[in-house]
Design a protein around this ligand. Structure first.
Ligand code: PLP
Length: 361
């Protein structure tokens, strides 16, 4: 094989991404709370936009995403010229890795960081560098201590997945200020819309040359199936990403859905408020059952059990009740389960099942 067909270095070190399960053998009325999807679904306006797009399926979509970028600019107060649209925020993060890192370079993220970060790092041949967190919170000092002259990218999600915790603007600024000259800070804002009034790093992007923010339509906008995300960064970075993306990376239906969704700010606001209400209710009820969690700023909670055995036994019980949540041993959290905040009935079903498990119902 040595002289045969070989992939680029790093690729065979990638462990396949594990998505949230969506069905259980032999169990009906399944409640899927394993992928942080929006229980209220997409905006009606987005659904109508997709229906309209069906009339023009033979047409290529626009290559410049101008209309979607303008809508994002109008709603989020960002400069549309510095917005980049991708196939999910995943494509934005992947293209950043391909553009800025390669063999011999380092890509830094934290121990409980999103599991796609090591995949992006390895796919471009770079070396992943994993930094400890402090009590399930990103530790800026530890990240800065791990950076070297070879660091090209630092990925942090804020709010973070699967911990649900956040770091404040002073910490983010310290991180951006302290990075080596060739390192780009990537602020993954997949859950940013769940935090009322949070700018997700927009001001920092505008003030500096070394910060990029990514956002997604997969979470609060309820469009995970359409695959749309966006990035906001220095013009030079956006120009680089535009050179390497596919010209027709986003379908016409995806562009139309995302544009309608971002403009439907009433729906977004309703989703944010409902999520906060049921997140607090579920976290409090689980804590009363002896299952605590860190204060979550996202659309899930990270439920902590005594140990791995108890977490897995609870997961088995939830599955027997038709409830699918996420095991997070792969994130270094074997004693935890990540539970997406569903609608009222979903949250009540989870709490009831955990109470049964704990012998309290
Ligand atoms: C869900 C999620 C994303 C979104 O990925 P898409 O490709 O936009 O669907 C990005 N980052 C984190 C941390 C996530 O949890």
């Amino acid at each position: 094989m040595a002289d045969g067909i070989q992939p680029q270095p790093g690729i065979m070190d990638i462990a396949l991404y594990q998505g949230g399960a969506s069905h259980l053998d032999g169990v009906g009325n399944v409640l899927k709370l394993s992928s942080n999807e929006n229980p209220l679904g997409a905006s009606e306006a987005a659904k109508e936009a997709v229906t309209r797009a069906a009339l023009d399926l033979h047409r290529y979509p626009p290559t410049d995403h101008a209309s979607l970028r303008q809508a994002i600019g109008d709603v989020w107060g960002v400069d549309p010229a510095r917005v980049f649209c991708g196939v999910g925020s995943g494509e934005v993060l992947k293209l950043l890795s391909e553009a800025y890192a390669g063999p011999g370079d380092e890509v830094v993220f934290t121990e409980h960081g999103f599991s796609m970060y090591p995949i992006y790092a390895r796919a471009c041949g770079a070396t992943p560098v994993v930094v400890p967190e402090h009590e399930r919170v990103v530790d800026v000092e530890a990240i800065l201590a791990a950076c070297t002259e070879r660091t090209r990218l630092v990925f942090i999600a804020n709010p973070a997945n699967p911990t649900g915790t956040m770091i404040g603007p002073a910490e983010v600024l310290k991180l951006a200020d302290g990075l080596p000259t060739r390192a780009l800070l990537v602020l993954d804002g997949a859950y940013a819309e769940y935090v009322d009034g949070f700018d997700a790093g927009k001001a920092l992007v505008e003030a500096r040359e070394n910060v990029v923010m990514s956002r997604t339509f997969s979470k609060i906008y309820g469009l995970g199936g359409m695959r749309v995300g966006w990035g906001y960064g220095p013009q030079a970075v956006i120009d680089v990403l535009n050179r390497i993306r596919g010209p027709f990376n986003l379908s016409a239906a995806a562009l139309a859905a995302a544009e309608a969704a971002v403009r439907d700010t009433d729906h977004t606001e309703r989703c944010r408020i409902e999520n906060a209400k049921w997140r607090e209710w579920m976290a409090t009820a689980l804590a009363e059952l002896g299952v605590p969690s860190d204060t979550s700023t996202a659309n899930f909670i990270l439920a902590r059990f005594t140990d791995r055995t108890e977490a897995e036994a609870c997961d088995d019980h939830l599955r027997s009740e038709g409830i699918i949540v996420r095991r997070v041993a792969g994130y270094g959290l074997p004693h935890c389960l990540r539970i997406t905040v569903g609608d009222e009935s979903a949250c009540r079903r989870v709490v009831h099942a955990v109470a049964q498990f704990k012998g309290a119902a």
